[in-house]
Design a protein around this ligand. Structure first.
Ligand SMILES: [Zn+2]
Ligand SMILES: [Zn+2]
Length: 259
């Protein structure tokens, strides 16, 4: 809370002047920074040049070097559809149709500096036993249930007369669904255990987690990667080692493991 130098009145900081006498509020003390601009070293200076004049962040090169174009082309009759932008064949066409085109073009440099896609996460269904295990067991279950049902005298009697025939049909459908479904589930369980599905999935997940970690470590290096246009090399501010651009991604993986 400032105190007025003129009248001694203490007033709120939100005022620009003393509400009592109108004297302007004294300026707050200024912090003077003396920064020398020339000859400042950046941590992203090229280790070979010693300065940052030819240096660009790799993520910016890859982002700027990737051009995606979305469009649509219409064709009629039998033939092939070519992209207007690149002249590349994008689809076969047999009737009048509109084909959306998706083209991705990258500069050679951006291509060399692009990190590959992350590993794909395995799914449990990839390791399941073939579906025929469930189908065969389910159908056997329905046949078995039907055969037993037929042996039951009161059920058999229901088939006489139209009204009771519908009831018999309903009972059969209900039983077929429950027993067929249950048998199908059991069949899949047996198939999966014979197939070691759970074990295979666990192994695949272990490999995936390991690969993902390696990828993430490489990605962290890549996020810090700089490129020198003068020397055609990459480096990170932390690891001041110039690596030729063809080995840039390889270096990210190597550095990622040691960091
Ligand atoms: Zn005052
Ligand atoms: Zn350089």
């Amino acid at each position: 809370m400032p105190t007025c130098a003129g009248c001694g009145y203490a007033y709120s900081d939100s005022f620009k002047f003393c509400p009592q006498c109108g004297r302007p509020k004294p300026d707050e003390p200024k912090i003077v920074l003396d920064v020398k601009v020339s000859g400042v070293a950046h941590d992203f200076d090229c280790p070979m040049c010693g300065d940052a004049s030819g240096v660009q962040k790799v993520s910016a090169i890859v982002g700027g070097g990737t051009h995606e174009t979305h469009g649509a082309s219409t064709s009629s009759g039998s033939g092939q559809v070519y992209s207007e932008a690149t002249g590349e064949r994008i689809a076969n066409s047999y009737t009048s149709s509109t084909v959306s085109s998706y083209n991705k073009s990258q500069t050679v440099l951006a291509q060399k500096l692009t990190l590959p896609d992350p590993p794909e996460k395995p799914t449990e269904s990839q390791f399941e036993a073939p579906g025929c295990w469930g189908w065969v067991a389910g159908i056997l279950g329905v046949i078995g249930a039907t055969a037993i049902l037929w042996k039951i005298e009161p059920y058999n009697d229901l088939w006489d007369g139209i009204g009771s025939g519908f009831l018999a049909c309903g009972i059969w459908l209900l039983l077929a669904t429950i027993i067929g479904g249950g048998a199908g589930f059991l069949g899949m369980s047996i198939g999966n255990s014979m197939n070691d599905s759970k074990e295979k999935f666990t192994t695949a997940m272990g490999i995936y987690n390991n690969e993902l970690l390696i990828y993430q470590q490489a990605k962290a290096q890549w996020d810090e990667l700089y490129y020198c246009h003068k020397h055609d090399v990459v480096f990170t501010p932390k690891i001041r080692q110039a690596v030729v651009v063809d080995h840039a991604i390889e270096a990210c993986y190597r550095w990622g493991k040691t960091q």
